[in-house]
Design a protein around this ligand. Sequence first.
Ligand code: NAP
Ligand code: ZN
Length: 370
Amino acid sequence: MFTSRERKQTEVSPGQEHPKKAFGWAARDSSGVLSPFKFSRRETGEKDVRFKVLYCGICHSDIHMAKNDWSTTTYPVVPGHELVGVVTEVGCKVKNFKVGDRVGVGCIVGSDGTCDNCVHHLENYCPNVIQTYSSEYYDGTMTYGGYSNNMVADEHFIVRIPDNLPLDCAAPLLCAGITTYSPLRYYGLDKPGMHLGVNGLGGLGHVAVKFAKALGLNVTVISTSPNKKKAAIEHLHADAFLLSTDQDQMQAAVGTMDGIIDTVPTVRPLEPLINLLKTNGKVVTIGIAAKPLDLPVLPLDLGRKMIAGSAIGGMKETQEMIDFAAEHNITADIEVIPIDYLNTAMERVVKKDVRFRFVIDIENTLNSSC
Ligand code: NAP
Ligand code: ZN
């Protein structure tokens, strides 16, 4: 389905390897500090969609990657996998998009198109998946993400943003949205009346609450931050708020939940979450810490419980998620920032000080900073 991967190593500098100029912000080393960066992008290929980036969300994964937390980063890295904008050019074989369309790109921009996962619309699990940034593309050059002024991608990896969703607060759906929607669906945590816990009320967590409420679930936010209770209950309409550092509150909720979406980005104990589950309950760990978590087997076995994982979603499901969000008026709660606030914003995310996603105003602030 896609161009076969030809791995050509290139020694040319990022600014020279392709004909189209691009600029953004990149981290150069594991300090994770970002600064302006000139690079280039390919010409619009026959199946490619090129777009002007208007907004890009800051996912905690961008911070993990900027700091090489997972030992997978290639520097310089231009993060950003929640990017949205307006189409400026399409290739001659593009079927579904035209100039002027509102579009976005999430975490992936390529896959082999032939493996069992791709055939089943699970490009996200393809062994040859190409990430939006810090991945090697088919031509051997590195991919660069959405903290940049323009983007080009195969139309298969382009998502249409419905007209009723404002672009700035729709941007985080491209990662935070699909990463929480997909496990709710796949693990059957989508039946009205089920009791869902959402551990960590950050970018992913607050979108998980919104999807779960739209699906008719009874939602409890599990949080380390007492000052998020008001927003959780009054604004996000969660049914309950559990302070995970309060042993009495945690004890009172033991055995009450059908499932938990666990979004915490650092090493955390799983046993308190397992204890919150009913028999047959599931903890879906989507927060990815830099080090492995301990797996307590006994409390799992004694309740036939499950610890599960999930990573973003396939392209078909991503479009389905965006359309579901449009139908239910679900967007992220965001704080729009100029690009030169990026490093401060990332520090604030690490300190749990964001309500609930930072989104960079690329259109109005990136050009002037370079
Ligand atoms: P985020 O906005 O920083 O939210 C994480 C939340 O976890 C925080 O707001 C905080 O909520 C809670 N938390 C508890 N202990 C924490 C600590 N020591 N440091 C920071 N936060 C802590 O992050 P995010 O963008 O939602 O991403 C969450 C995780 O999911 C990251 O590890 C990210 O890499 C991962 N992720 C995975 C996928 C996937 O496909 N599986 C996709 C995207 C992101 P409270 O204040 O409520 O405790
Ligand atoms: Zn992300």
